[in-house]
Ligand binder design. Structure first.
Ligand code: SF4
Ligand code: SF4
Length: 58
């Protein structure tokens, strides 16, 4: 089970990129965050850091 970014909610602030202990979040060409689900360990750090609650589990 990995986290995903709700792209409609993400405002592209980049805070989650720094918060991820696995380094598996990057900013995509659309300016929104993107998670590599093959690396994500579902720690929830991105969700806890995001100001708009865009990372969702599953
Ligand atoms: S749940 Fe944890 S490991 Fe997965 S993308 Fe978020 S911060 Fe990174
Ligand atoms: S912290 Fe939230 S709003 Fe900011 S880039 Fe990450 S998912 Fe998007």
């Amino acid at each position: 089970m990995a986290y995903k970014i709700d792209k409609d909610t993400c405002i592209g602030c980049g805070a989650c990129v720094e918060a991820c202990p696995m380094g598996c979040i990057k900013m995509a060409d659309d300016g929104k965050a993107e998670i590599d689900e093959t690396i994500c360990i579902s720690c929830g750090s991105c969700k806890a850091t995001c100001p708009v609650d865009a990372p969702v589990e599953g």
